[in-house]
Design a protein around this ligand. Structure first.
Ligand code: XIL
Length: 298
C-alpha cells in the first residue's frame, strides 16, 4: 500500500492516531488523518474529567464529535480511558471508599453505555500498576477502594457494551520486566476466573532504545488468550527513531493477536512530548524518515 492504513489493512491490522477534536478544523491535520489512518482515539475527550465534569452530569461533546468523524470516514474508534488515577474531575479526587467505588463504577457504566456499539476497544483501566521492581499495584484513590476495583470495572464495562473489546492499558511495559509481569499475572488470573478482559494495550512511549524482548513480551500476553495492541506509540527523535518505529511495527505484525498500532498524535507539533519530535509527520505535515520506515515494515 501507499498509506499506513492501506498497508496495515493488507495485514489485517488497523493504523490509528490520537486526535484532539479541536484540531478537526485544521485542514492540514484532517488531510493527513483521513489519508493515513483508519482508527482514532481521543487524546483527552473521553477521559473522566472531560466526560463527567460534575458528578452525574455527563458531557459527550468531544467524544461524540470524534465518533461521528470516524463513522463518516470509515475509521474505528478506541475508547480511552474509563478509569485512571490521572485526569479525574475534582469531585472524584475528593471522594474515597465505597462512595468513590460507586461513583467510579457508575462512570464506567454510563460512559460505556453512551458509546455502546461504536467502540472497537475500550481502555477500561489505565496505568494501575506501579513503576519499578515491585510488580504491584500503583497507590491511588481507586486502589484504596479495594484491590478488586479493576475487575469490577471490567465487569461493568462488559455489561454496558458487550460488543467492545475490553483492554487494560499501561506504559513502561515494553519488555519483560517487573511491571509487565505484574500485569501479566493479573491477566492470567482474570482469564482463570472468568473476569471479562479481551486485550492489553502497550502504550509504547519510547526513548532512544527499545528492549530486545519487545515482541516476546507481546507474545507472552497473546499466549494467555488476549489480544494485544500498541496504543500510544511515540519515539524520541534521533538516529534510532526510524529503526525503533520499524521494530515496533514488525513486532506487531509477527504476533497474530496484535490488532493494530496507534500513534499518540499526527504531527510533531501535535505531540504531548513537545521537543522530542516523537511522531511520524513533521511540524509542516511532511512525512519523516520514521513514516517511511513504518510503511516499509508494514
Ligand atoms: C496525555 C495527553 O496527550 C495530553 O494532552 C494531556 O495533557 C495528558 O495526557 N498516557 C496516557 C495518555 O494514557 O492519556 C496521556 O495523554 C499520555 C500518557
Amino acid at each position: 500500500g501507499t498509506t499506513l492504513k492501506a498497508s496495515a489493512a493488507e495485514k489485517g491490522r488497523y493504523f490509528g492516531a490520537a486526535v484532539a477534536t479541536g484540531k478537526l478544523s485544521d485542514s492540514q491535520y484532517v488531510g493527513i488523518l483521513n489519508r493515513e489512518f483508519n482508527s482514532v482515539v481521543a487524546e483527552n475527550e473521553m477521559k473522566w474529567d472531560a466526560t463527567e465534569p460534575q458528578q452525574g452530569r455527563f458531557n459527550y461533546t468531544g467524544g461524540d464529535r470524534l465518533v461521528s468523524h470516524a463513522r463518516a470516514n470509515g475509521m474505528s474508534v478506541r475508547g480511552h480511558a474509563l478509569l485512571w488515577h490521572a485526569q479525574q474531575p475534582g469531585w472524584a479526587q475528593g471522594l474515597s471508599g465505597a462512595t468513590l467505588r460507586n461513583a467510579a463504577i457508575n462512570h464506567v457504566t454510563q460512559v460505556a453505555a453512551h458509546f455502546r456499539g461504536q467502540i472497537h476497544s475500550w481502555d477500561v483501566v489505565n496505568e494501575a500498576f506501579a513503576d519499578g521492581g515491585s510488580g504491584g499495584r500503583r497507590d491511588s484513590n481507586l486502589q484504596r477502594t479495594g484491590n478488586d476495583w479493576i475487575e469490577a470495572a471490567f465487569r461493568a464495562a462488559r455489561a454496558a457494551d458487550p460488543g467492545a473489546k475490553l483492554c487494560y492499558n499501561d506504559y513502561n511495559t515494553d519488555g519483560v520486566n517487573a511491571k509487565s509481569t505484574g500485569i501479566y499475572n493479573m491477566v492470567r488470573d482474570f482469564k482463570a476466573r472468568g473476569v471479562p478482559i479481551d486485550c492489553v494495550g502497550f502504550q509504547s512511549h519510547l526513548g532512544t532504545s527499545i528492549p530486545g524482548d519487545y515482541q516476546a513480551n507481546l507474545q507472552r500476553f497473546a499466549d494467555l488468550g488476549v489480544d494485544v495492541q500498541i496504543t500510544e506509540l511515540d519515539v524520541m527523535t534521533g538516529s534510532n527513531q526510524a529503526n525503533i518505529y520499524a521494530t515496533v511495527t514488525r513486532a506487531c505484525l509477527a504476533v497474530s493477536r496484535c490488532n493494530g498500532i496507534t500513534v499518540w498524535g499526527v504531527r510533531d507539533s501535535d505531540s504531548w512530548r513537545g521537543t522530542d519530535d516523537a511522531l511520524l509527520f513533521d511540524r509542516s505535515g511532511n512525512k519523516k524518515p520514521a513514516y517511511t520506515s513504518v510503511l516499509n515494515a508494514l
